[in-house]
Design a binder for this molecule. Structure first.
Ligand code: NAP
Length: 320
């Protein structure tokens, strides 16, 4: 089968398309025929070799995919060949025509959700749900600022938050991004490149302050987020690409919390509750993944440049 392979860490150009043998499922494993593979920022961090985790070389990148079950191993009872599925994690990488998964990494994909949309679910929707409900313990009627709402995680967070009855303020960095955030149902849209946008977010709460901030770029924003929180406010650090200075008194005076999160830390129960919420949202229509670009597998290099360097307007997926 055709697959992207990485033989050494480095720039996007280390990725190449190669022919390798297709995977065979062992006990408890599932082979998924990939129709679309999601491109996530973490794929680029892993490829660089500078992340906290370094995969053993050579490897095929990718955790998210939409596709169909090709074969199941002994003991797999919940899935059968031909089932439409999405993956949230993979044993052999999803930037390939087929990927090998543990059964617990594979979930049913409703008919009305395309394979490309299925490739936008695992990491983005898993992260958004984890941040809002497991970490921030979001409640109906609260106000959430999604700081970076135009990307994969941000769009998922808008949809989950609106379905749960929160007031949503979303930010983007371009006009197209702002339109997308509004279209997803955000009550208010701001541009994170405007210097007054956090004061504007504070003003939108009638001066009370924000209950929750989901932060996609903490190294830039965290120090400025804390003064616009309400008492008891929570910031969930989802993304960060460096260090940041904060004023601890901003937390003390508000009894506020800064919460970290990494999907790597999910227990099996956490994963089950997240994917049951995703399934329900897909079925009711409250969750609608947005795919901005579908690129052929051979353009993985371009996809990695784009996910880090360009303004975001939804998800980039690779089509094998
Ligand atoms: P993405 O699709 O590339 O989106 C990035 C988002 O960040 C866009 O909305 C972008 O807006 C926004 N952004 C850019 N500059 C910003 C600024 N100064 N302030 C606020 N937002 C800004 O990435 P993603 O998949 O949504 O992931 C978002 C971040 O979370 C990434 O850093 C990723 O690595 C991280 N993440 C962490 C976990 C975890 O387990 N902790 C899981 C998934 C993702 P514009 O492009 O419109 O400017």
């Amino acid at each position: 089968m055709r697959a992207i392979r990485i033989h050494e860490f480095g720039e996007p150009e280390v990725m190449e398309v190669v022919e390798i043998p297709g995977p065979e499922p062992g006990p408890g494993q599932v082979v998924v025929r990939v129709h679309a593979a999601g491109v996530n920022p973490v794929d680029t961090y892993l490829r660089s070799g500078l992340y906290t985790i370094t995969p053993p070389l050579p490897y095929t990148p990718g955790a998210d995919a939409g596709g169909e079950v090709e074969a199941v191993g002994e003991g797999v009872t919940g899935l059968s060949p031909g089932d439409r599925v999405y993956t949230a994690g993979a044993l052999s990488g999803t930037y390939a025509e087929k990927t090998l998964c543990a059964e617990k990494q594979v979930f049913p994909l409703p008919e009305k959700i395309s394979f490309a949309q299925g490739a936008a679910l695992g990491i983005p929707y898993g992260t958004a749900h984890r941040a809002l409900f497991h970490r921030a313990k979001a409640r109906e009627g609260e106000t959430v600022l999604i700081h970076g709402a135009s990307g994969g995680v941000g769009i998922a967070a808008i949809q989950f938050a609106k379905a749960a009855g929160l007031v949503v303020i979303g930010t983007a960095g371009s006009e197209e991004g702002e339109r997308l955030v509004a279209d997803q149902g955000a009550d208010h849209v701001l541009n994170h490149h405007d210097s007054g946008h956090l004061q504007a977010a504070h003003d939108l709460t009638q001066g009370r302050g924000l209950d929750i901030i989901l932060e996609m770029l903490a190294n830039v924003n965290l120090g400025h987020d804390l003064p616009v929180l309400d008492r008891g406010g929570r910031v969930v650090v989802i993304g960060s690409r460096g260090t940041v200075e904060i004023t601890p008194r901003d937390l003390m005076t508000r009894d506020a919390d800064v919460l970290g999160m990494s999907l790597v830390n999910l227990s099996d129960d956490d994963r089950a509750s997240i994917h049951s919420a995703i399934r329900e949202g897909l079925e009711t229509g409250s969750l609608r993944p947005v795919v901005s670009r579908e690129l052929p597998l051979a353009q993985a290099i371009e996809a990695h440049h784009a996910v880090i360097e360009s303004s975001t307007h939804g998800k980039i997926v690779l089509v094998p």
